[in-house]
Design a protein around this ligand. Structure first.
Ligand code: HEC
Length: 271
């Protein structure tokens, strides 16, 4: 473990050096991103989040002084291997389709006794303020590494969410009349030099979804899928949804269904 951490720290130094290069030479961004990925293959800074997440999972916390070890992510209490790859899914105990983040928050509330507001206050990190959720989701995600995404959405509630997600994906709205599909519905589309990916095919959705949660070099932290999609809604100039909103979980269900069968490679690393 120590060796792995050392590699991670060395990797972090490399990407910081490379990041300067990217700003200076915009035309080489694509090459530089490929270089980051290579340089960091053995030392994704997300590894540090994973270690922290494991600690948070087993630590007794909250008013009930309980750990999260009995949290049921869909495969039974405490069973995390492959759980992320099979989310979002319908949960009988809440009567809702939940993604990894809404389920995690549910466990923090029911098992540890945090209020919803306490559990979600720091759902993403800000400079100098780490996010427990980022760390926990990285840990839970990594437990699906090497496993296939499996969200067939066969339960009627899941099927409904997948349909709703597909509807939102194609629906044009907002001041620019944008839809997700305008940016992510064709092969080979780019904004500046960033490839957008075609999220409507198994290959395209799989290529994207298998890598989340992901360390974002430009942001210096791990982003969860909730954060990715909320930020994309902002890019679409739509009103920003609340954290854990059904519209986000619907989009996730649609994208994971489309990506089903793709082998997870998480935590990923992105620009
Ligand atoms: C204005 C263009 C634009 C719109 C509209 C947009 N996105 Fe994005 N999206 C981006 C950009 C830019 C990225 C980052 C690409 C990168 O990191 O290389 C991105 C990244 C993503 C990713 C991660 C892709 C990956 O390869 O990891 C997903 C998933 C995604 N968007 C989904 C959506 C959804 C769902 C919507 C509709 C709510 C949407 N986007 C609307 C521009 C857009």
């Amino acid at each position: 473990m120590t060796r792995r951490l050392m590699q991670t720290l060395a990797g972090a130094a490399v990407f910081t050096a490379l990041a300067g290069g990217v700003a200076a030479q915009d035309s080489k961004v694509a090459d530089e991103i490929a270089k980051y990925r290579e340089a960091l293959a053995d030392g994704n800074p997300a590894d540090l989040f994973e270690v922290k997440g494991e600690g948070l999972w087993t630590e007794k916390r909250g008013p009930k002084n309980a750990s999260l070890e009995q949290c049921d992510m869909g495969l039974g209490p405490g069973k995390l291997d492959g759980a992320y790859a099979a989310l979002p899914r319908y949960f009988k105990d809440t009567g809702k389709v939940m993604d990894v983040e809404s389920r995690l928050v549910h466990c923090m509330v029911t098992l540890q006794g945090f209020t919803q507001a306490e559990a979600t206050r720091q759902w993403y990190s800000k400079p100098g303020k780490d996010s427990d959720i980022e760390a926990l989701v990285t840990y839970i995600g990594a437990k699906s590494n090497g496993m296939k995404i499996a969200v067939p959405a066969t339960h009627p509630e899941e099927a409904k969410m997948a349909r709703m997600g597909e509807y939102i994906f194609y629906r044009r709205s907002g001041p620019q009349d944008f839809s997700c599909a305008i940016c992510h519905g064709q092969e080979g589309k780019r904004i500046r030099l960033q490839e957008l990916g075609n999220l409507t095919t198994k290959d395209g959705a799989g290529f994207a979804m298998k890598t989340w949660p992901s360390y974002r070099v430009s942001q210096g932290t791990v982003w969860t899928m909730q954060r990715r999609l909320i930020d994309c809604m902002r890019q679409a100039r739509w009103p920003e949804p609340n954290y854990l909103a059904d519209s986000i979980i619907a989009l996730e269900t649609y994208l994971q269904k489309t990506a089903t069968g793709t082998v997870m490679e998480t935590p990923g690393i992105k620009r």
